[in-house]
Design a protein around this ligand. Structure first.
Ligand code: NDP
Length: 501
C-alpha cells in the first residue's frame, strides 16, 4: 500500500500527532493508500512555511516571466506523470481511467500552462500597473498596481481533486502568492503528489504546501488563520457559508464555488439526436458529481416524448464497470455516504410523485463498489426536492415547459445559479434565452465545456467571485493606488488652504 505524508516547506512530513488514515478505492471498497492526517498544529506549520516563503521574496520577487517559466515546467512535469497521477485519481475518487487521463491530468497541466503563459504576456503587464495622468484638483500621476496577498488558502472537494487543486494553486502562485491547500479527506492523494511535482519542477520550498486533514479541524484552522489573506473554496453551499464566517474574523478575501441545480433547456427546434446525448453528457459525466451538471432538463412539451425516447436509448451506451479499464465510461460515486445520499433522493423523488423511468437502483451483478445506475425521473415539478436540492449523483429530472417564458421562470426558480444550457438550431433565439438565465455559465448546443481562459463561478447561492481566466487571477491580487504628486513649493498645493489660513 502506498503511503503519503503532508507536503510542507518543500518536503514530506509526518503529521505532528502521527495520525494516518486509509484512503478507499470507491470501485473496490478497499484501502489503496495511507495518508497522514493533519491537525490544526500541522496547518499552522504549513501557514508559517508559506508566510516565510512569501516574506523572503523568493517567489514574489521573481519577474512574472520567471514565474511563468517555472509554471510551464510544472505543466510538463504533470504530463510526464500522467500514468501515476491518473492511476491515483482513479483509485482515490472513482474517476474512470478515461476521465482521469483526458480530463484530470490534461486539465491540471493546461491550467498551469495557461496561467504561466498569461503572466508572461502583455495583458498581464498592463493589468499589473495602470498609469493615469490627472490635472485637477492638482497635477498628479496615478499608478494602480496589483500585488499578491501573501498566503492564500485553497480548500477543495472530492469530485475533481487534481483539477481543483490546479485551479487553486496555479492562479495564486502566478500572481506571486504562496499557498496552503487542503484537499477533501476522501481524495487527498493527487493534490499531495502535485505539491511535490511543483517543488521538483522549481517552485521554491514553502510556496506550495499541502495538508490533508478533516474539514472540521484542519479546514477550520486554515480558513480562520490570521496569516491567510485569501481563501478559495470549492464544495457545498453549506460549508461555503461557514468559510465566509471563518474568514470574517480577519476580513479575508473569499472566493466560493458552490453547488448547483443547473437548467438544461431543450427548445423544440433543437437537433434532438444531439440534444438527447448532450443531456446525458450534461448529467451523467463523472456519475453526475459535477457542480455545474445540467440536472434539471427542461423539455418543450411538443418534443418531450421523442426527446426522452432518444435520451433513454442513449443510456445503453454508458458502460458501467472497472474504473481502470479504458473502455469504462461510468464508475462508482465517491463513497458509501454519497451513494446513500443518492438513494435518499431517489426515494424522495418517488415519494413526491416523480416517475422513475430508468435506473433508481444499484446495478445488478456488481458485488463491490459504490456504483449506482444512471437514473431518469420524468414528470418532475420544479418545486420537488429532487429539482431544488443538489444530489451530486447520476440522477436527472425531466421538467416540461410550454413556452420560453415558462422555461425561464422554471430555470431561474432555484437558489442556485451555476451553469446551464440551451439547445436550439436558432443561435439568436438561444442567445436571447441564455441572457435571461441567472447563472454564471450558459452553453449553447454544448455542455460542461469549461475553458481555463474564461470565468467560472456562480450567481446567487452558487458562489462568490470567479475562477479562471484574467478574471480568476484578478481575485488573487490586492489593488493599490499610488498617487505621485508634483514636487512644488507650498503654493502649488491648493488643498493646504483648507487647513491653513
Ligand atoms: P464539503 O463542502 O463538506 O467539503 C468540501 C471541502 O471542504 C473538503 O475539503 C472538506 O473537508 C472541507 N470542509 C468541510 N467542512 C469544513 C469546515 N467546517 N471548514 C473548512 N473546511 C471544511 O463537501 P462534501 O464532501 O461533504 O459533499 C457534500 C455535498 O457538497 C455533495 O453532496 C455535493 O452536493 C456538494 N459538493 C459540491 C461540490 C462542488 O464542486 N461545488 C464538490 C463536492 C461536493 P473534508 O473532506 O475533510 O470534510
Amino acid at each position: 500500500m502506498k503511503t503519503f505524508g503532508l507536503f510542507i516547506d518543500g518536503e514530506w512530513q509526518d503529521a505532528k500527532g502521527g495520525k494516518t488514515a486509509p484512503t478507499i478505492n470507491p470501485a473496490t471498497e478497499e484501502p489503496w493508500a495511507t495518508v497522514a492526517v493533519a491537525d490544526p498544529e500541522d496547518v499552522r506549520k504549513a501557514v508559517a512555511a508559506a508566510k516565510r516563503a512569501h516574506d523572503s521574496g523568493v517567489w514574489r520577487n521573481k519577474s512574472p516571466q520567471e514565474r511563468g517559466e517555472i509554471m510551464q515546467r510544472v505543466a510538463s512535469a504533470i504530463m510526464e506523470s500522467t500514468s501515476d497521477l491518473a492511476a491515483a485519481e482513479v483509485q482515490d475518487s472513482g474517476a474512470t481511467m478515461r476521465k482521469a487521463m483526458m480530463t484530470d491530468v490534461a486539465g491540471a497541466a493546461g491550467t498551469f500552462t495557461y496561467f504561466g503563459q498569461f503572466i508572461a504576456g502583455d495583458d498581464y503587464k498592463r493589468m499589473l500597473c495602470e498609469e493615469y495622468e490627472e490635472v485637477a484638483p492638482i497635477p498628479s500621476k496615478n499608478l494602480v498596481v496589483r500585488e499578491p496577498f501573501g498566503v492564500c488558502a485553497g480548500i477543495t472537494p472530492w469530485n475533481f481533486p487534481l483539477v481543483m487543486a490546479a485551479w487553486k494553486i496555479a492562479p495564486a502562485i502566478a500572481a506571486g502568492n504562496t499557498v496552503v491547500i487542503k484537499p477533501a479527506s476522501v481524495t487527498p492523494v493527487t493534490t499531495l503528489m502535485l505539491g511535490e511535482i511543483c517543488t521538483k519542477a522549481g517552485v521554491p520550498a514553502g510556496v506550495v504546501n499541502v495538508v490533508s486533514g478533516p474539514g472540521a479541524t484542519a479546514g477550520e484552522e486554515l480558513a480562520a488563520h490570521p496569516d491567510v489573506g485569501k481563501v478559495s473554496f470549492t464544495g457545498s453551499t453549506e460549508v461555503g457559508r461557514r468559510i465566509m464566517q471563518l474568514g470574517a474574523g480577519t476580513l479575508k478575501k473569499v472566493t466560493l464555488e458552490l453547488g448547483g441545480k443547473s437548467p438544461n433547456i431543450i427548445l423544440p427546434d433543437a437537433n434532438l439526436d444531439t440534444a438527447a446525448l448532450g443531456a446525458l453528457w450534461g448529467t451523467f459525466f463523472h456519475q453526475g458529481q459535477v457542480c455545474e451538471s445540467g440536472t434539471r432538463v427542461l423539455v418543450h412539451e411538443s418534443i418531450h416524448d421523442k426527446f426522452l425516447e432518444k435520451m433513454i436509448a442513449g443510456i445503453s451506451r454508458i458502460k458501467i464497470g472497472d474504473t481502470m479499464d479504458m473502455a469504462t465510461t461510468m464508475g462508482p460515486v465517491v463513497s458509501a455516504v454519497q451513494r446513500e445520499t443518492v438513494e435518499r433522493y431517489v426515494a424522495l423523488g418517488n415519494e413526491q410523485g416523480a416517475k422513475c423511468l430508468v435506473g433508481g437502483k444499484r446495478p445488478s451483478g456488481m458485488a463491490k463498489g459504490y456504483y449506482y445506475e444512471p437514473t431518469v425521473f420524468d414528470n418532475v415539478d420544479n418545486k420537488m426536492r429532487i429539482a431544488q436540492e443538489e444530489i451530486f449523483g447520476p440522477v436527472v429530472s425531466i421538467i416540461r415547459f410550454k413556452d420560453e417564458d415558462e422555461a425561464v421562470r422554471i430555470a431561474n426558480d432555484s437558489t442556485y445559479g451555476l451553469g446551464g444550457a440551451v439547445w436550439s438550431s436558432n443561435k439568436d433565439r438561444a442567445l436571447a434565452l441564455a441572457k435571461r438565465i441567472e447563472t454564471g455559465t450558459v452553453w449553447i448546443n454544448d455542455y460542461h465545456l469549461i475553458n481555463v481562459k474564461y470565468p467560472f463561478g456562480g450567481y446567487k447561492q452558487s458562489g462568490v467571485g470567479r475562477e479562471l481566466g484574467k478574471w480568476g487571477i484578478a481575485e488573487y491580487h490586492e489593488i493599490k493606488h499610488i498617487h505621485i504628486g508634483e514636487d512644488t513649493p507650498p503654493e502649488g498645493k491648493l488643498y493646504l488652504g483648507l487647513l491653513l489660513s
